[in-house]
Design a protein around this ligand. Structure first.
Ligand code: MLT
Length: 356
């Protein structure tokens, strides 16, 4: 895989989704759950222009000038926080970061009081990361502006799933394949139980038509995961057979209450992605990891750094573009863009009519 610029997105997206706000009628982005496939595609298509802009020396578009975006991160983050900050700034917004460690949360303030405070400051969008599943939804119910989920507990991490889908489709396009994910076999391996990345990716990849396999030791596999339209495996070698994409996950030690694996060394032995193991996947397999990586545990360095196979840095690149798309789309109503205020056709009616 080369790192040269991708060809531009299809010239016309007409017919892929309904016009105006009906293409994405949601107030915020709390998860992939509840998004129709055409709404996911819409955000991916919207991100293409930002991939192009971000590859230029001048990366500035001022459409969000005058808006204030607050990144309220109640849990540690490096790449997601930076990515949202860069995304907001490239669109010309004033971006403010609130770190829980230095906020009044440490003085006992409730989440709802914090939300009311952010709301009173008249933020135009709030991006939230929180260790509790559901905390982002709680805040979204208390504020007037769009809320974007930057990861809540083990629940969802929607922008990660969107950037992963965008990364796959760029990689496919660059090697001359169709950029559709329909029929692609994607193996997600690691701590499925505690991973919000796994959950959001399962929802997004299955919505886009991929065949998703999940692989984990029994203790790290959620019960009843088949209901999410995936095939579970405990044997990593079998899960890799014929895979087009392999997505590796970190052990989420911070969410583990007790002993889930005998030891990292044992885990690597059975579930670590080594070069030898990777040979079981399809030729041309693509390797992904949301980061942060634990090299030598879930993935070996010679796989993570394998040029032409590993998409890990590409995922980071696509993250900025996806977050720019989400911030742009979710503020269109407030910015009163034509088609985003007033009467609109319903996305459901369009989907029924077009069979999308
Ligand atoms: C997350 O926030 O969930 C990360 O992107 C993945 C991880 O922490 O392992």
């Amino acid at each position: 895989m080369t790192t040269s610029a991708s060809p531009p997105p299809p010239a016309s997206q007409s017919g892929r989704y309904p016009p105006g706000a009906a293409a994405f009628p949601h107030q915020g982005l709390l998860g992939i759950a509840g998004l129709a496939p055409h709404e996911i595609l819409f955000l991916l298509d919207e991100a293409e222009q930002w991939v192009e802009l971000n590859r230029q020396p001048q990366k500035r578009d001022d459409r969000l000038a005058g808006l204030t975006i607050i990144n309220a991160f109640f849990e540690n983050s490096t790449r997601t926080l930076l990515s949202f900050e860069i995304a907001g700034k490239r669109l010309g917004a004033d971006v403010v970061n609130m770190h829980a460690a230095t906020s009044s949360v440490k003085k006992g303030e409730t989440l709802i009081d914090t939300a009311m405070t952010l709301n009173a400051m008249r933020a135009d969008a709030i991006v939230i990361r929180h260790a509790s599943s559901g905390a982002v939804r709680l805040i979204a119910g208390k504020v007037d502006c769009p809320v974007l989920n930057a990861g809540d507990g083990q629940h969802e991490h929607p922008t990660q799933a969107l950037l992963d889908a965008l990364t796959i489709r760029h990689a496919l396009r660059e090697r001359g394949d169709s950029d559709s994910l329909v029929g692609l076999t994607v193996t997600i391996c690691g701590d499925i139980l505690h991973s919000r990345v796994a959950r959001s990716n399962i929802l997004s990849l299955t919505a886009l038509g991929a065949n998703v396999r999940v692989c984990a030791p029994p203790a790290l596999m959620p019960e009843g995961i088949e209901a999410m339209r995936v095939t579970p495996f405990h044997d990593f070698n079998a899960a890799l057979d014929g895979a087009d994409v392999v997505m590796m996950l970190r052990l989420q030690q911070e969410r583990m209450d007790g002993q889930f694996i005998p030891s990292p060394r044992e885990f690597r032995h059975l579930y670590g992605l080594t070069l030898d193991r990777l040979a079981r996947a399809k030729p041309g397999v693509l390797v992904m990891h949301p980061g942060p990586m634990n090299r030598g545990v879930e993935i070996d360095s010679n796989v993570a750094d394998l040029v032409g196979t590993s998409l890990i840095t590409r995922q980071v690149e696509m993250g900025v573009a996806i977050r720019m798309a989400c911030l742009d789309v979710l503020t269109r109503r407030a910015r009163k863009l034509p088609g985003w205020v007033g009467p609109e056709i319903s996305g459901e009616a369009w989907a029924r009519e077009t069979g999308a």
